[in-house]
Design a protein around this ligand. Sequence first.
Ligand code: RTP
Ligand code: MG
Length: 139
Amino acid sequence: MSGNRTFTMIKPDAVEKGHIGAILEKITAAGFKIVAMKYTHLSQRDAEQFYAVHSERPFYGELVAFMSRGPIVAAILEKDNAVEDFRVLIGSTNPAEAAEGTIRKMFATDIAENAVHGSDSDENAVIEGAFHFSGREIF
Ligand code: RTP
Ligand code: MG
């Protein structure tokens, strides 16, 4: 995977509220091509591993419980400048600070339950994509 791919998850809060279709519509309308996608459910251990980078943060336990409480949609997205452009599309971590029209402004609940994940670097996009998908599941 090179600089034209990022990894995303539609988080349990947005799935619970029935926003999968609307969020995928925003993503594809913004020019991202879906090259891998699955509906899945992180175990507590999966969530602990995926977010290990945040293990010293005060919100780690809450984050792991949230991300493993229900199903998610995981996907790899392709577009020029994917990582940066996708983080613009989703908006600030805290939806109260997110720009109008961003996915988090439209669909997030609060800073913890913020509807979507987006990789923060090309390197992490590769690691996170490989966490969820084998090479045979990427098209
Ligand atoms: P993400 O990794 O999910 O795309 O979000 P992000 O880069 O905007 O934010 P990050 O700092 O990486 O935090 C990861 C996720 O942890 C939860 N969080 N909760 N309670 C809190 O203060 C708090 N702060 C962060 C959010 O779900 C955030 O997206
Ligand atoms: Mg992050």
